[in-house]
Design a protein around this ligand. Structure first.
Ligand SMILES: NC(=O)C1=CN([C@@H]2O[C@H](COP(=O)(O)OP(=O)(O)OC[C@H]3O[C@@H](n4cnc5c(N)ncnc54)[C@H](O)[C@@H]3O)[C@@H](O)[C@H]2O)[C@@H](O)CC1
Ligand SMILES: Nc1ncnc2c1ncn2[C@@H]1O[C@H](COP(=O)(O)OP(=O)(O)O)[C@@H](O)[C@H]1O
Length: 281
């Protein structure tokens, strides 16, 4: 097994970017988001909110009409017209077992577009159906299910007992970057990068915080789209940075409540403070 290194604030600071005078919304990067469903509309709201808060040129959301309405009610900045994107966030709040026919087609179309992809939750099973730079963001139960579906024998207990080894195994077998969520998040890729992010607070263990992480990561990938050609390994560093920003936002949010509980939207709300501090150095 390789050597794992804790991702630091100084590392994260190298992977956040502010716009300059040459930028416009398209040059900064457009994130396409296909998340949420009638069953889980909240996941779409959380991911879109987090992406906006991370700082991206535009978020294009695609999903069921009723979900579009709740996304727009929270964030009218979101564009729901189809168009070009520089990165995709796919799968949060989608049930892979009950994907409508049209959604399956839209997901395949997104994957075939060739831009970097963040695959979460109900999009995880699509890994390997495309060649674009990809990071998958499972928790232990999801990783177990994914590996079993590829005929790799494992149990949830085994994955939970040794997340580092199973994250490495998944990266090697699936040939993508892996961000395995938990109290310690393991981020690795088939090229040997291995980073941990130790959560600042266990209040993060609540519904929807993973959807927020997906939004942060999607936005970071979209805003660094021009780096991928020269640095194909960028997606692994961006994933570690997203986990670090997420953890730090949760810490600041909890401190604002005297160490009290943090909800997923609180995490998203505190992302700009973290990005601002990283940029200021
Ligand atoms: N507000 C929202 O819309 C949210 C949507 N979410 C979405 O919900 C979907 C399912 O995500 P999960 O992380 O829950 O998937 P899991 O694979 O963890 O769980 C799948 C199912 O297993 C059952 N289960 C597992 N452990 C259980 C336990 N200890 N007690 C009771 N039931 C248990 C639950 O019925 C659950 O629905 C994903 O698409 C995710 O993105 C979640 O992120 C939570 C928030
Ligand atoms: N015990 C814990 N302590 C700290 N952070 C945790 C703990 N358990 C999970 N997390 C973090 O909380 C988030 C949960 O994501 P996920 O499991 O996808 O939840 P959801 O599907 O409800 O959004 C991840 O970022 C994970 O790293």
């Amino acid at each position: 097994m390789g050597t794992w290194r804790e991702w630091t604030e100084a590392d994260a600071a190298r992977w956040v970017a502010a716009p300059d005078g040459e930028d416009d919304k398209y040059r900064r990067g457009v994130l396409g988001v296909m998340t949420g469903s009638i069953e889980y509309p909240g996941a779409a709201v959380l991911g879109v909110e987090a992406a906006h808060r991370t700082g991206v040129g535009m978020v294009r959301y695609s999903g069921p009409r009723s979900v579009r309405s709740v996304v727009l009610a929270r964030r009218p900045e979101t564009v729901t017209m189809p168009g070009r994107v520089q990165a995709w966030l796919l799968g949060s709040g989608i049930d892979a077992g009950h994907r409508p026919f049209i959604l399956s087609g839209d997901l395949q179309h997104a994957l075939a577009s060739g831009v970097p992809v963040v695959l979460d939750a109900g999009g995880l099973d699509l890994v390997g159906t495309h060649t674009a730079p990809t990071v998958i963001t499972p928790h232990a139960r999801e990783l177990t299910g994914l590996l079993l579906s590829r005929d790799i024998e494992c149990t949830l207990e085994e994955v939970e007992a040794d997340p580092a080894a199973w994250a490495e195994r998944a990266a090697a077998e699936l040939q993508v970057a892996v961000l395995l969520k938990g109290a310690v998040t393991h981020v690795c890729d088939p090229d040997g990068a291995r980073f941990t992010v130790t959560a600042s607070t266990h209040w993060l263990a609540s519904a929807g915080t993973g959807d927020v992480l997906g939004g942060i990561l999607g936005a970071l990938v979209a805003t660094h789209h021009d780096r991928f050609e020269a640095e194909p390994w960028a997606i692994t560093r961006l994933a570690a940075t997203a986990a670090w920003v997420h953890s730090e936002a949760a810490r600041i949010a909890s401190e604002a409540w005297e160490g009290g509980p943090v909800l997923a939207l609180d995490v998203a709300d505190h992302v700009p403070v973290v990005i601002g501090r990283l940029l200021r150095g």
